[in-house]
Design a protein around this ligand. Sequence first.
Ligand code: UD1
Ligand code: CA
Length: 463
Amino acid sequence: MAQITAIVLAAGQGTRMKSARAKVLFELCGRSMVSHVLEATFAAGVSNAVVVVGHQADSVRAALGAYEGRVRTALQAEQKGTGHAVVCALDELPADSEIALVLCGDTPLLRGEDLAKLIAGLSAHPEAQLSMLTCHVEDPTGYGRIVRNAEGAITAIVEHRDADEAVRAIREINPAMYAVRVPFLKAALSALKPNNAQGEYYFTDVVAIAAKERGVVGVTSSDPTSLGGINDRVQLEVAERELYQRIADRFRREGVSVRGSARIDASVRIEPEAVIEDAVVLRGLTTVGAGAMIDVGSVLTNVSVAAGAKLKPYTVATQSTIGERAEIGPFSHLRPDSVIGEMAHVGNFVETKKTTLHKGAKANHLAYLGDGEIGEGANVGAGTIFCNYDGFKKHKTDIGKGAFIGSDSQLVAPIRIGDNAYVATGTTVTRDVPDGALAISRVKQENKEGYAERLKARLKSRT
Ligand code: UD1
Ligand code: CA
């Protein structure tokens, strides 16, 4: 294959987003618009890109840091049009680039297969200098129109603003995705003039120049939705729904049950036979193992769920690890650095943070487990609190294997409960408990016979 470099135009402001943030940094399915475009170019086998930045240049550059080595940026300090933007990219093109793919950073639905067709179109026509995608839309308002001659060959693109009635009636539009031979590109760009309604250097004029030389290859796509640009937050929302649908369908074909309105980010990985229930949200680098069950309403951000684990409804977890066949929820909250071991259980209204539950350990009801370590097979009763914070520093609670923590206990950290130790219900533990010992701290109970009636009579007389 020829040496291909993508040039992605992303210097514009995106006024209609009504935001201080650069348009191309708005995210869909956990990934910025411009990253979706780059992923499509990589999927088409193009592993080199130059992104033209301008508005919010520093934040766009920073967002592209993850692609270091594959993606460079070029600055367009002043936005003088799409043709001028491509000129700004030329210095960053690798010397051996034979073909440039010229794309926009605001078309996140673009598919690798569309770009592969675009490249194949140019390769199939050695005499042509440029190939471009085109599509037919119901409402072409705002787009550049494709003008063809009597033989059906593309002769020019006319911008909506510059078009007369006859041209405005054309419904074949320019999605602004092109493949161009680099020597021609350089020559054509130097011939551009800003003779148009906006006084800008239009990249579309390069198409007219190519048409005069040895022709333009039009590659017509039957799927206009994947070529559309995003200009406002309404289009962003519609596009994100489409992307969520694509991701869910891809997993379904791979053997994952994705139900109802589950929303799965582009970077999530799921193994076959997992079940992702309705209204689940899987974000970031979350992974779900084979046969795991994520029940209704759970929200997982950067969580690794091992095979066969079961997350009951409304589990909320962030940056945590859940082991094989563990059971979590309903209504559990796993905060960062929670590690739930194999077959461990975390039940309703249990909050964990920076805490490890080893294999088979259980905390089934109403507990705060922060900065702790809970040994294999230990049982933490309802209402247990790890008192980990003294207002200045966090301290660790360490529970040995097989230990039993009775309900409503407070463990004042730093503290160690020994292996197989037993903390009696309602104990405030302030000193380490040796292995196998019983810890009990309670005020002695007193029963006063017949006192209930007397107490009530006294209280009533005071009202
Ligand atoms: C452009 C095309 C139009 C096409 C439409 C598809 C031109 C002249 N027109 O119009 O035919 O139908 O896209 O969406 O090319 N940009 C820069 N620097 C600039 C100007 C733009 O980087 O100086 C970037 C923008 O950030 C954006 C892209 O280029 O990502 C397209 O620019 P935009 O102003 O949206 O072009 P349109 O007027 O929509
Ligand atoms: Ca646009």
